[in-house]
Design a protein around this ligand. Structure first.
Ligand code: ZN
Length: 145
């Protein structure tokens, strides 16, 4: 059995779209952001999508999907965002990074798709608030108000 392979272009456009939105947020809010890639491991039971960079992937999790690349449970953006956050926290890209953190409260944001299907980064501090939409995150806005 082969290990996870790079997800071929255009196989699962929805997954590619989520990756691009996460990349946009990374590029705007993290110094030396990794260049994200998606990997897929197919098996008789389905497929698992892993987040990674060009030549390695984060293997401590993954998202189970069906043949169309849709998660069995939950929302793909939620699940891939959480994978990316875990990968960064575990130091997959060389540094242990908590991302994205709320500038006001210093705690990690969580992607929420219950209110807006497109995904909102929310801070769950004692004063919960929305920080930005997926793909439009700009943490610096809050520091210059
Ligand atoms: Zn906050």
């Amino acid at each position: 059995m082969h290990g996870p392979q790079l997800l071929p272009p255009n196989q699962w456009p929805e997954a590619d779209a989520v990756r691009e939105l996460l990349q946009a947020d990374l590029d705007r809010t993290l110094v030396n952001p990794p260049r994200l890639a998606l990997f897929v491991q197919s098996s008789a039971m389905g497929a698992i999508v892993f987040i990674g960079a060009s030549d390695y992937y984060y293997g401590s999790g993954g998202v189970w999907v069906d043949a169309q690349g849709r998660p069995r449970d939950g929302n793909l953006a939620d699940l891939l965002a959480a994978e990316l956050q875990d990968a960064l926290a575990d130091g997959m890209f060389g540094r242990h990074v908590s991302w994205p953190d709320c500038v006001l409260h210093g705690q990690p944001l969580r992607l929420d798709t219950t209110v807006d299907e497109a995904g909102l980064w929310v801070c769950e501090s004692n004063s919960p608030h929305i920080v930005g939409r997926l793909g439009e995150l700009s943490l610096f806005k809050t520091t210059h108000q």
